[in-house]
Write a protein that binds this ligand. Structure first.
Ligand code: ZN
Length: 163
């Protein structure tokens, strides 16, 4: 489902293999509940579990990606390379097991929509305060986040935009 995605004509790519094939033509990638995010690399310490090692290597090639969903995969971390997607506007990582977000989040200069609901986030990286385009930030279901300073600043800023 392409919520809040401006270009309704875009059909999201649903597999990592297809994303590799289409590379910098891919605008939307939907890997929600994806069996491809269960690691099959015998050399990886996470083999058999949720892991982003394969995705991490692919993201570098997706320079036109605007919309990315990694929802509902039991991920404990996001690859740092998520922050290097120069065109990303929409990022949905809800319903995972994330404890933290990457430090380099400010690299997502065009990010407008971020959904981190239903994870286990303890705090947010202060670099998120540099996300000038962010308009929608959903973070419910992260009980430990309530007292985080960065979270509180973002909440205030975004409610100010909405008013
Ligand atoms: Zn792995």
């Amino acid at each position: 489902m392409l919520r809040t995605f401006t270009s309704a004509a875009v059909t999201p790519v649903r597999t990592i293999a297809a994303a590799v094939r289409e590379a910098n033509a891919v605008k939307a990638l939907d890997l929600s509940s994806s069996p491809e995010l269960v690691c099959s690399n015998l050399m990886c310490e996470n083999v058999g579990e949720a892991c982003v090692c394969r995705l991490s290597r692919v993201l570098d090639r997706l320079s036109a990606l605007q919309w990315l969903s990694l929802a509902a995969n039991n991920l404990q971390c996001l690859p740092e390379s998520v922050c290097s997607l120069p065109s990303l506007q929409y990022l949905d990582v809800r319903q995972n097991a994330l404890i933290a977000l990457p430090e380099g989040m400010h690299g997502l200069r065009h990010l407008e929509y971020l959904d981190v609901s239903d994870n286990d986030l303890q705090s947010l990286p202060s670099s998120m305060l540099g996300l000038q385009q962010l308009r929608h930030f959903a973070a419910s279901g992260n009980a430990k986040l309530r007292n985080d300073h960065v979270f509180q600043v973002l909440q205030q800023r975004l409610s100010a935009v909405a008013r």
